[in-house]
Design a protein around this ligand. Structure first.
Ligand SMILES: N[C@@H](CCC(=O)N[C@@H](CS)C(=O)NCC(=O)O)C(=O)O
Length: 305
């Protein structure tokens, strides 16, 4: 019998937390693949999940809940492995929450600016990537120190803390931590391998394919539905009988489209400026490419800065 389903996109690692917890608790929880930026913005979806975000859980009994950790906790607490996954005394329970929250908080920004940017889902910003790499190394070192003397994060069995941490680290191990970059963390690697080889993890993650060579440049844009920008809203389907002149009116031309095309591409300039030192690299680039026929330069003074 179904316990419930989680609306998300395929490959959403935060969603895996609840799916793995469901395997431990012997609950039937399914993943309902949705079309991002469309299905999660309908009035029906927003009535149940007001932020319009996924994962979003709907129980067979109609109970709804959002936020991946809250969903995972609810699923873990509802299954037969409740005490193992969530702890049976308040100190253990608090420690599990501590790891669930801290690891995902420490890593969530870095996965976006480094890993998702490498995959081409987000813009690449060299400075931000370099900061993310430093942040990630710090988290990995902390965890490696923890696993020097421990098999799992809390107690001597897998808990929701391990499940959440594996899911938070999944993209790092599969996309950027090649053998050279994971070598400094032998204890963490041992723990990660132990977890992903448990049948409950395997049933959800499959065979985890470790990164073999860290990519250094973003791949060609291949944004999956979850991370892509919202597609331009399609024009609403014309209602039958709607023949009003307003509905027929052609879109007015933007007067700027009438100007001759300039060789200076503002987006290129923004990217180059963000990814290079201002002086002399970016400034030299600017004067080399600037097109005075297409653009003019203005100096603006603000009253309130
Ligand atoms: N902290 C939340 C993050 C939820 C979230 O940001 N979900 C993203 C996908 S990773 C989303 O639904 N974005 C759609 C949108 O913002 O429209 C969780 O762990 O559930």
């Amino acid at each position: 019998m179904s316990f419930g389903s989680i609306a998300a996109y395929k490959g959403s690692t935060p969603t895996y937390k609840a799916l793995i917890a469901a395997k431990y608790g012997k609950l039937d929880v399914s993943l309902k693949n949705i079309e991002m930026h469309k299905d999660n913005k309908t009035p029906e979806f927003l009535a149940k999940f007001p932020f319009g975000k996924v994962p979003a859980f709907t129980g067979a009994d109609g109970y709804t809940i959002f936020e991946s950790s809250a969903i995972a906790q609810y699923v873990a607490a509802s299954g037969s492995a409740k005490d193992q996954l969530l702890g049976s005394d308040i100190k253990t329970q608090a420690q599990i929450t501590q790891w669930v929250d801290s690891i995902s908080n420490e890593l969530q920004h870095s996965v976006v600016v480094w890993v998702y940017a490498l995959l081409g889902y987000y813009p690449w910003n060299a400075d931000a990537v370099s900061r993310a790499q430093t942040d990630v190394k710090r988290v990995l070192s902390v965890l490696d120190g923890v696993f020097l003397s421990r098999t799992f994060l809390v107690g001597d069995k897998v808990t929701l803390a391990d499940i959440s941490a594996v899911c938070a680290l999944y993209h790092f191990y599969t996309v950027v931590l090649d053998p050279e970059h994971r070598a400094p963390y032998p204890n963490l690697n041992r723990w990660f391998e132990t977890c992903i080889n448990q049948p409950e993890f395997k049933a959800v993650l499959g065979e985890v394919k470790f990164c073999e060579k860290q990519p250094t440049k973003p791949q060609a844009k291949a944004a999956p539905k979850e991370a892509s920008k919202p597609a331009k809203a399609a024009a609403p389907a014309k209602e039958a009988g709607d023949e009003s002149p307003a509905a027929e009116k052609p879109k007015e031309k933007n007067p700027l489209d009438l100007l001759p095309k300039s060789s200076f591409v503002l987006d290129e300039w923004k990217r180059f400026y963000s990814n290079n030192d201002t002086r002399p690299t970016a400034i030299n680039w600017f004067w080399d490419k600037f097109d005075p026929e297409g653009y003019s330069i203005w100096r603006v003074s603000y009253h309130y800065n």
